[in-house]
Design a protein around this ligand. Structure first.
Ligand SMILES: [Ca+2]
Length: 357
């Protein structure tokens, strides 16, 4: 009887896993949490318990030059084939996914591989859904912890270092990256692509406020935090997706930071997804930073009256080749075209116009 019952339980367990994971590229639900607990305090941004890892069912696919043809391997097979630790590792963390965004992430993965990086694709789509925003927000904490564990395993088992780790997160994925960066050792860089608003706003994050840092992407989560805002006007409550606050060392507000050229008025998803488009476009192109930069200021609110960028005081580069070279905590406003190539100048060589004599 015991045997029979055990088989039944196993079947149920397998069925459960299959139901959650059948869409992922691997059959594994990653744990990585061990005995760690996630404490909950009412009235804070950690007021809801995350779900168990089996329910979140995240998976991590490592794609490298060696495994690209077969779509990568589960990160638990880190050493087979051998991990090439001479390459940088880009960890891609979607927020709330759908088919359109999945396609964009795939494009980013491809260009990052072309540039000679290792890529780890984080799949937490079972948890990251808009039907239960608050729960997904809570679960993001666990996924961040798992990302940190994956990085720790890489550093422990290979020659790779945290200096080579770059997390790229979109929407809620930006906050997952924040959690990962604030767990364990500091990573080189986190790029936030239109980081999610929503509940973050509820917890009193106002202009210049450090409140809620532990629950969101902030300047302390990596050596260099760069952020591209494309639909930044509060949170989901206001019908916008992105968080307007400055979160990193360099915050880029593209166009007005809220509405992107070429997106139909009110199409917040289009505006939000553009952050991913801009970043992807920047990867294969040197000199992507040659946007006409309208202004820089010490706060987002100050951009209206900010200092005009000029050849003597140019914008830092936005996107893949952004560097922490322009001081901390500046907001920058940049412009784009309405269609690809979005960057206004980078495909053209500066030409000398002959003025009428
Ligand atoms: Ca943080």
């Amino acid at each position: 009887m015991h045997w029979h019952r055990s088989v039944l339980l196993n079947h149920r367990h397998l069925h459960h896993l299959a139901a959650w994971c059948q869409e992922t590229t691997t059959p594994y639900c990653y744990d990585g949490v061990g005995s760690n607990t996630f404490s909950v305090t009412l009235g804070t941004c950690h007021q809801r318990s995350p779900r168990p890892t089996a329910d979140i069912c995240s998976s991590f696919t490592l794609i490298s030059a060696e495994t690209r043809g077969k779509g990568g391997v589960d990160v638990t097979n880190l050493l087979n084939p051998p991990f090439n630790s001479s390459r940088d590792t880009k960890i891609l963390i979607p927020g709330f996914t759908n088919e359109v965004l999945d396609e964009k992430w795939d494009q980013l993965k491809e260009v990052l591989l072309d540039e000679g990086n290792n890529v780890i694709m984080v799949n937490w789509s079972q948890a990251a859904n808009l039907t239960n925003y608050a729960q997904a927000r809570a679960d993001a904490r666990v996924v961040g912890f798992q990302v940190a564990k994956v990085m720790a395993d890489i550093v422990e088992n290979t020659e790779a270092t945290y200096d080579q780790m770059h997390l790229i997160g979109s929407g809620m994925g930006a906050h997952v990256a924040g959690y990962a960066g604030s767990t364990g050792e500091k990573v080189a860089r986190i790029t936030g692509l239109d980081p999610a608003g929503g509940e973050t706003v509820t917890f009193g994050l106002t202009e210049g406020s450090s409140r809620g840092q532990q629950c969101r992407l902030d300047i302390s989560d990596a050596e260099f935090v760069d952020v591209i805002h494309t639909n930044a006007h509060g949170g989901l409550d206001g019908g916008y997706i992105g968080l307007q606050n400055e979160l990193g060392h360099q915050d880029f507000y593209v166009n007005d930071g809220i509405n992107q050229l070429g997106c139909e008025e009110g199409d917040e998803f289009c505006n939000h997804a553009r952050a991913l488009d801009y970043f992807t476009e920047s990867v294969p192109v040197d000199n992507y930073g040659s946007f006409p930069c309208q202004s820089k200021a010490s706060t987002r609110a100050g951009l209206e009256d900010g200092v005009q960028c000029s050849p003597d005081d140019p914008c830092p580069e936005m996107g893949y080749r952004a560097e922490k070279i322009k001081g901390d905590g500046y907001a920058y406003r940049v412009e784009t075209n309405a269609e690809p190539p979005y960057s206004i100048n980078h495909y053209t060589t500066p030409t000398t116009t002959s003025a009428p004599q």
